[in-house]
Design a protein around this ligand. Sequence first.
Ligand SMILES: [Zn+2]
Length: 269
Amino acid sequence: MSTLAYFFIFCFGTIIGSFLNVVIYRFNSGKTLGGRSMCMTCSKTLAWYELIPVFSYLFQVGKCRSCSTRISHQYPLVELFTGVVFTMIAYHFYDIVFVSFNQYILLVSVYMMIFSLLLVISVYDMRHKVIPDPLVFAFIVFSFFTMFISSVPFGNLFVQPSMSAFLAGPLYALPFALIWLLSRGRFMGLGDAKLILGIGWMFGIVQGGAALMLSFWIGTIVSLLIIFFSKMKFSMNTEIPFGPFLAISTLIVFFFSLNVFDLASIFSF
Ligand SMILES: [Zn+2]
């Protein structure tokens, strides 16, 4: 595909990203997704040129044009991130686009949906320390669906998943549901176990294991850094959301096609 095509996909991603910001901000707040966006401080309705993803933020130097209140970094970051991830998804299935356009569109839209949901879940989990059920259930449904779509260029569009693919979800999610139960939600939220159910179905056993392993490594490193730099006294109540680590690992394992053996080979000299 041409550079221009990727550029349009990137722009499309930033527009979806700006919608995802609305979802993150208005979810569970009693507000609807409709209606014009406004400044949260002075309530001024935003004009069209204040709603251009990333650019509006840059031109306004991160401030509201009426009241000069600082706009959260979250807005341009989510927009930019969605643009980049959408472009990467379009590129990831590049092999398929010339063989079966239908298959390409199906795969690209399903994975755009999946990673949009993971992004909303991550930011929401960071802000509120909880993973909302409707979002994680939507993620589970799309992950389950990926088992039935072929991601190889030739052959049928839909495939019959193997038994191990079906089992991967519950197999990985159950231990975490147990940890949640036994620790009464202190070590791990039930939302994390639900997220892992979807990750298992999305990847199967071999890659799913890699996503889990990676999330623990990243989670440990980031938690230690947070504890070190914030000079927080470590206690069992120090709550660091696990959802974002699962999401970022899912992204890495997906785009680099990693599996447990790749990760294990790091330790075999
Ligand atoms: Zn304002």
